[in-house]
Design a protein around this ligand. Structure first.
Ligand code: GTR
Length: 326
């Protein structure tokens, strides 16, 4: 072969590969279920800015809000296989694919929001994060989602008030067991369908935190929000594990820092905006019922724990680890 030509070809190849790496910004997509006005929407926008800043544009993240890339279970699958790179996921729908993550979906497992973060930042959180990473959905940071309470056209002060009611839950057998344990009829359904289902009476009630209750208008089609606070479920900024592992250590550190900073920002916003959301829905006429004694709800959940631990005896240690965390 003509050496000169080979040299030229090599030169061209080198130029192309240089060009390639200069233009090799990874353009990633992120899934977010929430709309404007929800703390997570602002936090995910901040995350996107931080990633661009910290990686010098080597990674860009375009966030798609309002669940336009699909329902949460679909988006989770997409992130697992790498068709979407990032998601702000609730750990509830992750439970069916990662049994360790189901710890957080046991009703009343956490004493409070701060207790939840202490568990996540300790050994139990490490076990959950590793298992999620192995499943393809690696958490880079944990974010707050407050506590979930029931809402319906009547007050729910005791488990008996749930009897006979059709209650929407997220996709997870623990939630269907939770409603059944109180004599209600669980109705798993995508978040995007809940407002209409409440409005038309397809379901009698649902459960969520104040920001979500307000942000997608559930408060417009119901009357009573009862502070059962039966679930305190964390959320994550999660990334497809393989794509994360393929990054240089430097980019991995920058992405993680961006997620951690965005998560801290989210937690601050959460505190302020969930109080505000409560005030707003009350001003709009929602009756917020305090439940002085949550004991009967907790007692009713013994069945859920039994079922979970019978099906997953290997999760007993993790449950005890969470329960014994101060
Ligand atoms: C919200 C949560 C969403 C989604 C939703 C639901 O509080 O932030 O990720 O899980 O609840 O009830 O489906």
């Amino acid at each position: 072969m003509n050496l000169k030509l080979t040299g030229k070809l090599l030169g061209a190849a080198a130029a192309l590969s240089l060009l390639g790496s200069a233009a090799a910004a990874d353009n990633w997509r992120a899934w977010n279920i929430h709309h404007d006005g929800h703390p997570n929407t602002a936090a995910m926008d901040r995350f996107s800015e931080l990633v661009a800043e910290k990686t010098g544009g080597e990674i860009t993240v375009e966030v798609f809000h309002g669940g336009v890339l699909g329902s949460q279970p679909d988006a989770l699958e997409q992130v697992r296989i790498g068709a979407i790179e990032i998601g702000n996921f609730n750990l509830g729908p992750i439970g069916p694919m990662v049994k360790e993550a189901n710890l957080v979906s046991l009703p009343f497992i956490f004493k409070s929001g701060p207790h939840m973060f202490r568990v996540l930042e300790g050994e139990a959180g490490g076990i959950i994060a590793d298992a999620m990473g192995e499943a393809g959905v690696l958490p880079l940071a944990w974010v707050d989602a407050g506590a979930r309470s029931f809402y319906a056209q009547k007050a729910i002060n005791t488990p008996a008030d749930v009897e006979g009611l059709k209650i929407r839950v997220m996709n997870n057998d623990l939630y269907t067991a939770m409603i059944s344990a109180m004599g209600g009829n669980p109705s798993p359904m995508a978040f995007s369908e809940v407002q209409q289902a409440l409005k038309t009476g397809v379901v009698d009630g649902a459960e969520n935190n104040f920001p979500s209750f307000k942000n997608v208008g559930h408060y417009e089609v119901t009357t009573n929000y009862s502070l059962s606070e039966h679930l305190i479920i964390p959320e994550c900024i999660c990334v497809n594990t393989a794509k994360f592992n393929a990054l240089s250590p430097e980019l991995q550190a920058q992405l993680t820092e961006a997620a951690e900073e965005a998560a801290l920002f989210q937690r601050e916003l959460w505190t302020v905006q969930s109080e505000q959301a409560r005030k707003d829905v009350e001003a709009a006429g929602i009756v917020v019922n305090e439940i002085a004694d949550k004991g009967p709800f907790q007692a009713a959940m013994a069945l859920v724990y039994d079922e979970y631990l019978t099906a997953n005896p290997d999760m007993k240690a993790l449950v005890e680890l969470a329960q014994s965390t101060e």
